[in-house]
Design a binder for this molecule. Structure first.
Ligand code: TPP
Length: 942
């Protein structure tokens, strides 16, 4: 007896195989697998019946051969849905292949002779039965026209069905009315002529022309027209260089004269402060009113050259705007639109990172609409050289996004695709991709010769008719307009451009510096070091502590966490000492109680990498999460804390974007260890430290970067303080390295209470979280404010022979040594804020030690790292008459040693040298002096 056959995965079904099985089942039902038995029973049950109810078997029952043929047709329908895009006519520079081996009739065991046979059409949205010829025609027109769709990678059946019902049959052949078609043409005209105008007036100037991809403009226009009709109130756009000026002019309505003025070079950055940026990086916002009179706010986010880096920033802004719209469930009122280049989309890791965030609780934004301006080239690099995938969009399949490849020479198909994409996003709140396949008419920029590297391609492009001309012909053929109409339209636009050009040349119009929106009112002040009232009320502290220590009834808290609660309560009730974790929770809690929301995200931030925070409790029986900081009072602001995905760049970019839009919320990104933040270096360099100077956009984002030499090896020691300090200028950021929980409490509260916003970079503690001395009396939270420099309260100034200036954790090592050695003549001063540095305080405090013979900068970081290179010129300038000396590790290529023992010897050596003054002891080796520069040798040898 034959073995029951296995049920293969659906994708591997093969009609011959099914037919054999069917025969086998007919002969002996038990001989096939049980699931096949059900399948064939259902299949027979579904066969047509005669009028009297008898199976048609008797009146010409489907033969086994018919049944098998039917299943072959079902496979064919599936194959077209799955791979029809391979035959789609989507490349304007190349006709589609005539056949595809996976889609040939023979592949399914069908022949030309079957074309007139009638088959069930299954779920295909056409009459129940059609001839194979008709079925094929439907499939080809639907899936192999000017749109090639990929969607069968989507797991959710209801989404597939929805897409099928939208597209089948032939629905992706748009049937737009006359007005809509004329509007598409008008936008193509604007797009093409705008580029041509700049080309003739400003030859050779970089603009990253959209020519070859002009269809982008009617496509985006269709999206913004439809958006208010489907509930979108705001669109935040992120895009790179290609066609950006065109989008600014023809979608965001930035005035042509303003753009021409920038080409003229009239608008100097001094006009508005900062160093400014090139014209194709700038942001802009405007209100778009659609043809039904409804409006949608459009905002193009400023971005750097670094491709795709703006993506998470845009999405952070979208999420914050959704919060402002009170749309935190559906998330359909604000839309993120990202416009990418094909090479960048396939190549940049930021794309994968951001896509991966799209459905996460703390980061989802209701789906992003992506448009790829796929000009089939990246600078001089061919697609085959820049990706290992068939399509540049394949990464988006990982998140089940439908992908619509569209022929850029068919603007109607592109408009159809974008409208479908938007409806999809509004329905399923998921990402969707429109891959606009086009070409690049010129070189990468206007001064570039593409024929050096792509001679064959550019020969083809040279002879290719523009999309506007093609579409004009098309409309003329359809009787929608005449040649004269088209010419009149073009002439009118040309004279409009000319008027703007002359105006720009003669009048030098002012640059449209866009004001901050209302949320920023009162926060636009320049940086100031004036003290900020950050002390909390005792009642508020108690209220917060109550929330932090009350277990909701029925909640099963982990025993160990429960144990800390009582301690916390006693500290606040009885005036005890606050550790770092409690100081932080109290800073958050008091801000929340006072009405300022807080958002914290980072890897494992809910518990805290060092198991110290416990901002979210997890019920040990149900696994449910509870955030005690949301139980302070009914009027409090909301606390959000999220464990982020394991990436740095996109999460930091997202939080930065969020902070741009929510200046009244304390937005914090926490690195697992500060060392890992360099994975987000592009966000730090291109946005956080420079956006104010480039784009007049600043942020109150806090970065928590665990930092400190504790023998944990090269990658768990260094938050690269020196890099942040190297980026400090024009009061762009605040950089702190703190020593007490009270300082942390005040600096977090200052971030919200001060009348301006600047990013705050904190070298955050690791071992200090549990350092017995690094605690603060509760009274320090109830009075005072943040101190940028802390003097030594313990030494008598007249006794002091040596002033030691340090920062962060090493302070406690130095203090302990001083106490252990009973040293009375060394004062320990702490720089808690490196930048903006408080020269006045440094002077005031250090000048008190009149007898001091030397001033030491002591750090645990190697000499080429940490604060020394930043503080050296400052101290030299402020105290030219003092003997300034560096004490610390030598120069090091690796931030920290991999050996704990060596680390401890090094640490002991530097502490001894600072406090006792000895260079080294017998068992503590001399630190390597290494390559000292002349200047440094002079100071440290003294
Ligand atoms: C991160 C990054 N690396 C390199 C560059 C330099 N660069 C600018 S444009 C470009 C090609 C981009 O190709 P594509 O994404 O296809 O966009 P296109 O210019 O073709 O529109 C490159 C490599 C950059 N801007 N950003």
């Amino acid at each position: 007896m034959p073995q029951p056959s296995k049920f293969p995965p659906f994708g591997q079904l093969n009609s011959e195989y099914v037919e054999t099985l069917y025969r086998q089942w007919k002969a002996s039902p038990e001989s096939v697998d049980e699931r096949w038995q059900h399948f064939f029973q259902g299949f027979e049950f579904g066969l047509p019946f005669t009028a009297d109810g008898a199976p048609r078997a008797e009146a010409g029952h489907l033969s086994a051969e018919d049944a098998a043929a039917q299943s072959r047709v079902a496979s064919l329908i599936f194959a077209y849905r799955n791979e029809g895009h391979a035959l789609a006519d989507v490349n304007p520079l190349q006709p589609p292949p005539p056949t595809h081996p996976d889609l040939d009739l023979e592949h399914f065991g069908l022949t030309e002779n079957d074309l007139n046979r009638v088959f069930d059409t299954g779920h295909l949205q056409v009459p129940d039965q059609l001839s194979l010829r008709e079925i094929l025609a439907v499939l080809k027109e639907t899936y192999c026209g000017h749109i090639g769709v990929q969607y069968l990678h989507i797991q959710d059946m209801s989404i597939r069905r929805w897409l099928q019902s939208e597209m089948e049959p032939l629905r992706n052949q748009p049937n737009f009315d006359r007005d809509k078609r004329l509007s598409i043409l008008a936008h193509l005209t604007d797009a093409e002529m705008f580029e041509a105008f700049i080309q003739t007036r400003y030859p050779g100037q970089k603009r990253f022309s959209l020519e070859g991809a002009e269809t982008l403009i009617p496509t985006v226009h269709a999206l913004v027209e439809m958006a208010p009709e489907v509930g979108v109130k705001e669109i935040v756009i992120g895009m790179a260089h290609r066609g950006r000026l065109n989008i600014l002019a023809n979608i965001l309505d930035k005035s042509y004269a303003g753009i021409f003025s920038e080409f003229e070079g009239h608008l100097l950055p001094d006009h508005f402060g900062g160093d400014g940026d090139v014209k194709y990086h700038k942001g802009f916002s405007s209100e778009h009113r659609n043809r039904y009179g409804r409006s949608v706010h459009l905002s193009l986010t400023a971005n750097p050259s670094h491709l795709e880096a703006v993506n998470p920033v845009v999405l952070g802004r979208v999420r914050a705007k959704q919060r402002q719209q009170n749309d935190t469930e559906e998330r359909t009122s604000v839309l993120g639109l990202l416009i990418h280049g094909d090479a960048a989309f396939a190549g940049q890791g930021m794309v994968a990172e951001t896509l991966n965030m799209s459905q996460l609780k703390g980061y989802k934004t209701g789906g992003t609409v992506h448009i790829i301006v796929n000009n089939q080239i990246g600078f001089t690099t061919n697609p085959t050289e820049s990706r290992s995938t068939a399509y540049c969009t394949d990464i988006a399949k990982a998140i089940d996004a439908p992908i619509l490849h569209v022929n850029g020479d068919d603007p109607e198909a592109a408009v159809y695709a974008i409208e479908l994409a938007l409806r999809f996003r509004q329905t399923f709140k998921r990402d969707v991709v429109v891959d606009l396949i086009c070409y690049r008419k010129h070189g990468h920029n206007e001064g570039d010769e593409p024929a050096f590297t792509q001679p064959v391609l550019y020969d083809k492009i040279k002879n290719h008719t523009s999309v506007r001309t093609l579409f004009t012909r098309h409309l003329i053929e359809d009787g929608v307009l005449t040649e004269e109409d088209a010419k009149r339209q073009a002439d009118k636009f040309q004279s409009q451009l000319q008027r703007h050009f002359e105006y720009a040349r003669s009048t030098h119009p002012e640059l449209e510096v866009q004001a901050f929106d209302d949320l920023w009112l009162g926060l636009e002040h320049p940086y100031s070091s004036a003290p900020v009232k950050t002390a909390a009320q005792l009642d508020t502290l108690k209220q917060v502590t109550n929330a932090l220590t009350t277990i909701p009834s029925g909640f099963n808290l982990h025993r160990k966490i429960g144990r800390y609660l009582k301690e916390k309560q006693e500290i606040v009730e009885n005036g005890g000492e606050v550790d770092w974790a409690l100081g932080e929770l109290l800073a958050f809690g008091t801000l929340l109680a006072e009405g300022s929301p807080v958002r914290l995200s980072g890897q494992d931030s809910e518990r805290g990498t060092f198991s110290h925070r416990h901002a979210a409790w997890v019920d040990v029986k149900t696994g449910e999460k509870y955030l005690p900081l949301n139980s302070i009072s009914s009027e409090q602001a909301h606390f959000c804390v999220y464990n982020s995905p394991l990436n740095e760049a996109s999460v930091l970019g997202f939080e930065y974007g969020y902070s741009l839009t929510e200046p009244r919320m304390l937005v914090i990104w926490e690195a697992q260890f500060g060392d890992f933040a360099n994975g987000a270096q592009v966000i730090i360099d291109q946005f956080i430290t420079s956006s104010q100077s480039k784009w007049q956009r600043t942020s109150g984002l806090v970065m928590l970067l665990p930092h400190g030499w504790e023998g944990q090896g090269p990658e768990h020691s260094n938050a690269y303080l020196e890099r942040y300090l190297a980026a400090c200028a024009q009061e762009n950021i605040q950089v702190c390295n703190l020593t007490t929980p009270a300082q942390y409490f005040h600096v977090l509260r200052r971030q919200i209470k001060q009348p301006f916003r600047r990013p705050l970079i904190i070298m955050a503690p690791k071992s200090m979280l549990r350092h017995k001395r690094a605690v603060s009396p509760i009274k320090d939270l109830l009075e005072g404010s943040f101190q940028e420099v802390i003097d030594d309260p313990l030494m008598k100034p007249k006794d002091v022979r040596r002033v030691v200036l340090c920062s962060g954790k090493v302070y406690w090592d130095l203090l302990e040594k001083r106490e252990a050695e009973e040293v009375q003549d060394v004062a320990l001063l702490r720089v808690e804020q490196f930048y903006p540095v408080r020269n006045d305080l440094l002077k005031k405090y250090i000048r008190r030690y009149k007898q001091a013979e030397e001033l030491l900068w002591v750090q645990e970081e190697p000499k080429n790292r940490g604060g020394w290179t930043h503080m050296h010129p400052v101290l030299r300038h402020l105290f030219p008459d003092m003997n300034l000396r560096y004490v610390g590790r030598g120069y090091a290529a690796s931030p920290a040693t991999g050996s704990l023992k060596r680390h401890m010897m090094e640490q002991e050596t530097l502490v001894i040298e600072a406090i006792i003054g000895k260079r080294a002891t017998a068992d503590a080796p001399v630190l390597p002096e290494e390559i000292e520069s002349g200047d440094e040798r002079e100071t440290s040898a003294a």
